[in-house]
Write a protein that binds this ligand. Sequence first.
Ligand code: PRT
Ligand code: MG
Length: 216
Amino acid sequence: MSEQNLTIALSKGRIFDETLPLLAAAGIEPVEDPEQSRKLIIDTNHADIRLVIVRASDVPTYVRYGAADFGIAGRDVLIENGGEGLYQPLDLQIAKCRMMVAVPQGFDYAAASQPGCRLRIATKYPDIAAEHFAAKGVHVDIIKLYGSMELAPLVGLSDAIVDLVSTGNTLKANRLEAVEHICDISSRLVVNKAALKVKHARLQPIIEAFAAAIGQ
Ligand code: PRT
Ligand code: MG
């Protein structure tokens, strides 16, 4: 009986907000708003479906180990922290943004990023950054940060940053400009592979409702 309960891993904020309409399309409604509650386990209108609220970058871990049956994670997190071992049936087209290189306004990035040049890059995404610059033949010293990347070039920690940009307001407020597009990012449905088999009858209608809600 109990193995037919469902646990869904979500992060607070934009992913939670943009997931609500998809959950609603599958008939699932959280009984509490995680922004208002300190609870990390949120019940839903179904006695056997619950949400667990975790850090965005921890969603794949909860799902991989089966602590959650499925979750929603940004492509940035899946590339950088690993989507291996997870079934990824749908790109949900939510929490969309772009992975960009940004520099202080006026910095001559074209000259500084010629093949053979060396740049200091601050980022939360060292693997994505390393791969991008390796493909350009630019040498990089990568400085791993956990947040507020925009500060690094302003105080001389790095020449440039690799970070997510959506409106561009954060860059603008810090007198930075995006100079290169690395890739588009959106969030994906990630499902535990064992759960997909054992709980197929429960999971399949939810996956189908999500797909229908995004027009796929
Ligand atoms: O915040 P926390 O450190 O807990 O974790 P997180 O930043 O990984 O989580 P969260 O909830 O902020 O983001 C979850 C997911 O949303 C990310 O993994 C991305 O896939 C996606 N997403 C979409 C974004 C953005 N847009 C975004 N704009 N994640 C972060 N940002 C940040 C960006 O890093 C920058 O600091 O917002 C700032 C830029 O925004 P604009 O609108 O000023 O350009
Ligand atoms: Mg954040």
